[in-house]
Design a protein around this ligand. Structure first.
Ligand code: SF4
Length: 204
């Protein structure tokens, strides 16, 4: 390069813009000549920032949902584009969270779209070293068989001469994701089976 040579200002694509365009691309010029003398708004905004849009702006539909993590049950808006989830936000219409989500709830999209998410029933047979995939109907049948067998094996008609008619073969410990309605149904089911050891690991 020669000394004192004028280096033309180029934008992407190699075009040489006019002087006005060149000056407009200079934040301090925009600050001095525009409506943002303190340079805290439009004057300081780059072309890249101008072109930025929210991840929710491109969605073609919004589906209502509930955060899967804890029993607070914050409502969510799930933004979908081309049948794929592009973002999950708090639902401003919910009286529970009024648009907010905690850091865990804000990361729900990662839970749903993670490539490591397990989407099939995994089963490892006794003494096997590998997991195998089961179809849901087979897995449900196996669970039902085990519940019935455990109930029968642990059945007590009497305890210390008193009639109790209960099973000690089944216990339930619910997780914090379960809401009131789910806990109600679980308690009803287990009590109907004769189980008495029913608890919930509630976070709230
Ligand atoms: S994990 Fe956070 S966002 Fe999700 S329901 Fe609980 S408090 Fe709400």
């Amino acid at each position: 390069m020669q000394e004192n040579s004028v280096v033309p200002y180029r934008v992407a694509g190699g075009r040489v813009p006019g002087v006005k365009t060149w000056l407009d691309s200079w934040p301090v010029y925009r600050q001095l000549t525009g409506s943002d003398p303190l340079g805290r708004g439009k004057a300081a905004r780059s072309k890249a920032t101008e072109a930025t849009v929210s991840r929710t702006a491109t969605a073609d539909k919004v589906v209502k949902s509930v955060c899967p993590y804890c029993a607070v049950g914050c409502a969510q808006n799930v933004y979908v584009k081309d049948e794929k989830i592009v973002q999950i936000e708090g639902d401003p219409n919910s009286p529970i969270n009024r648009g907010r989500l905690c850091p865990k709830g804000s990361a729900s999209k990662q839970l749903v779209t993670s490539p490591t998410r397990v989407t099939t029933v995994k089963y490892r047979r006794p003494f096997a070293t590998d997991w195998e995939d089961l179809d849901l109907d087979t897995a449900m049948e196996m669970i039902a068989d085990r519940v019935l067998e455990s109930r029968r094996k642990g059945w007590q008609e009497e305890d210390g001469g008193k009639r109790v008619n209960r099973t000690m073969g089944i216990a339930s410990l619910g997780g914090a994701t379960l809401d009131n309605e789910e806990n109600y149904l679980m308690k009803k089911l287990y009590s109907a089976l004769g189980a008495i050891q029913i608890e919930n690991q509630a976070r709230i």
